[in-house]
Design a binder for this molecule. Structure first.
Ligand SMILES: *[C@@H]1O[C@H](CO)[C@@H](O)[C@H](O)[C@H]1NC(C)=O
Ligand SMILES: *[C@@H]1O[C@H](CO)[C@@H](O)[C@H](O)[C@H]1NC(C)=O
Ligand SMILES: *[C@@H]1O[C@H](CO)[C@@H](O)[C@H](O)[C@H]1NC(C)=O
Ligand SMILES: *[C@@H]1O[C@H](CO)[C@@H](O)[C@H](O)[C@H]1NC(C)=O
Length: 471
């Protein structure tokens, strides 16, 4: 295969930031990564010793023919100084999540709302965050397509981890209404809360744990949620009174899964059950977007959106599952037979492949990348290189293929994970599942610089290339 040039410069301050400098022959099967060693300065994700100032949330509004459109920024979120997790620990928690995966509408007209979405690195997490308002109070939350309940840490707390924003105090919100345990919203909760419903007006208790051992427990309630300038009154969320785990300094989480409790379902009369995001490749000073609604004119996609069918896996109904049919490494195809489908998830970082697929991908990558010296593995990443001596590196292009002839090119920033600042340990950013029939997962690291559209009504997921730097 020919090597075509797609020049990238890594400017790392203090995390990996990849800037596109020159792009020619964009369809090449290898891309040239330029390593500027004096600047190479960072791990992808987490682990800042620096005290970051609280980031500001920006929100931009765009007007469109179909009415108002508002934009949320999605940021990569990182835990603050109080809770240092090394990248290795963060990847281990990612592994715990991946392993465990194995196991009310308001108005009428369809609108669209878009908020900035950014890397959570500043809040010490490898997940992405947005800023919403609950009862007119701004809070920064992790965006998770792999779960349904939106929750926020609430006062008084029996145990709350440290967060960047002040704790939400329901007693200060006139629009806050606890949900009684006799209410259908409570009795149909998919995750069973405490069965005790002492009196019909007792508050509905919820308890939810995540794959990585994190959990939230508290009261189910309603309050006014504002995303960009779209407001949903009576939004059902969890007021978390006991929360623990890997949420960094975020105030909670936005659940974008498929069940009736998710933000997508609760706002479907308004946004048509459609949302999309574009995850930025840079950890700092850059944001992508989370968009609610089907107004594609607000996207900045550079290629046509291509849609693939969501497959229904009865084992995991609330997940978004796709029929992945193949992958390619530098143009060399690898077949994938995904029986129950692969999960596409914004809350898992590293893509997990069935052992046979991973082995083939890794083997082909190693073959094409054999010019570079190997380095020891890191955490769940077993294929690493020492790129210290190189100014430029030719990286084989990774592609994923899905049912319906949908081909998705993984951005070059999603191919390699920089463990060491001096590029002495740079790893192929993919990992193997333990067993062949485990659920494959497409993680957020491989979804950067893509517009990913989830249409829950049509049951399709669309992909297009998009440079997710809105600022
Ligand atoms: C917010 O949305 C409203 C209607 O939904 C729209 O008229 C308005 O332009 C938007 N606000 C801003 C500041 O763009
Ligand atoms: C972006 O996606 C839309 C929907 O597929 C398409 O009509 C449009 O042409 C795309 N933009 C570019 C530049 O390809
Ligand atoms: C990486 O390679 C450089 C230059 O080739 C060498 O000096 C250095 O010792 C290597 N680092 C590790 C950790 O192997
Ligand atoms: C996935 O797509 C392939 C190719 O279209 C098809 O042959 C296969 O039956 C599909 N698998 C599932 C589980 O739907």
């Amino acid at each position: 295969m020919e090597s075509l040039k797609f020049l990238l410069v890594l400017v790392l301050l203090p995390f990996l930031v990849i800037t596109l400098v020159i792009a020619e022959n964009v369809n090449g099967e290898k891309r040239l990564l330029v390593l500027k060693h004096s600047d190479v300065h960072g791990e992808v994700g987490g682990h800042s010793r620096r005290c970051s100032p609280p980031h500001k949330s920006k929100s931009s509004n765009t007007e469109t023919q179909n009415g108002a459109t508002t934009t949320l920024e999605m940021r990569h979120q990182g835990r603050r100084h109080h809770h240092h997790l090394s990248p290795s620990q963060q990847l281990l928690s990612d592994e715990a999540r991946a392993q465990s995966i194995q196991s009310r509408p308001t108005t009428t007209a369809e609108e669209s709302a878009q908020v900035p979405l950014t890397s959570g690195v500043k809040l010490q997490t490898l997940n992405y965050v947005i800023t919403i308002e609950l009862a007119a109070k701004k809070r920064t939350l992790i965006v998770d397509t792999g779960s349904d309940l939106t929750w926020i840490q609430c006062k008084p707390c029996s145990y709350c981890y440290s967060q960047q924003d002040p704790l939400f105090d329901p007693s200060l919100s006139p629009s806050y209404h606890p949900i009684p345990c006799s209410s259908p919203t409570c009795t149909t909760l998919p995750f069973s809360p405490s069965p005790s419903c002492a009196t019909p007006s007792s508050t509905c208790a919820y308890a939810l744990s995540y794959g990585d051992g994190s959990y939230t427990r508290g009261d189910l309630a309603r309050d006014t949620l504002t995303i960009a300038n779209a407001t949903a009154e009576g939004f059902v969320f969890g007021c978390g009174r006991s929360n623990r785990g890997l949420f960094g300094g975020a105030s909670g989480l936005v659940g974008l899964g498929r069940s009736s409790l998710s933000l997508v379902s609760q706002t479907s009369a308004r946004f048509g059950g459609v949302f999309s995001y574009c995850l930025p490749s840079k950890a700092y000073d850059s944001s992508g977007s989370l968009t609610l609604g089907a107004d594609y004119s607000v996207f900045r996609n550079e290629t046509q959106l291509m849609f693939t069918r969501m497959v229904l896996n009865p084992r995991v109904r609330s997940f978004y599952m796709l029929n992945m049919t193949g992958m390619s490494v530098g143009g060399v195809g690898i077949a994938v037979a995904s029986e129950g489908g692969v999960l596409i998830d914004s809350g898992t970082v590293i893509t997990r492949l069935p052992p046979s697929v991973y082995k083939a991908v890794r083997g082909e990558f190693l073959r094409q990348f054999s010019a570079y010296p190997v380095a020891p593995g890191f955490s769940i990443l077993d294929t690493c290189f020492n790129l210290t001596g190189y100014d430029e590196v030719e990286v084989p292009t990774l592609r994923m293929r899905f049912e319906g002839d949908v081909e998705v090119r993984v951005d070059v920033s999603g191919a390699l994970y920089f463990v060491k600042r001096d590029a002495s340990q740079v790893c192929l950013a993919l990992a193997s599942l333990a067993y062949e029939d485990d659920l494959g997962i497409i993680g957020n690291y491989q979804q950067k610089n893509l517009r990913v559209v989830y249409d829950t009504k049509q049951s399709v997921v669309g992909f297009a290339e998009e440079t997710c730097s809105y600022s």
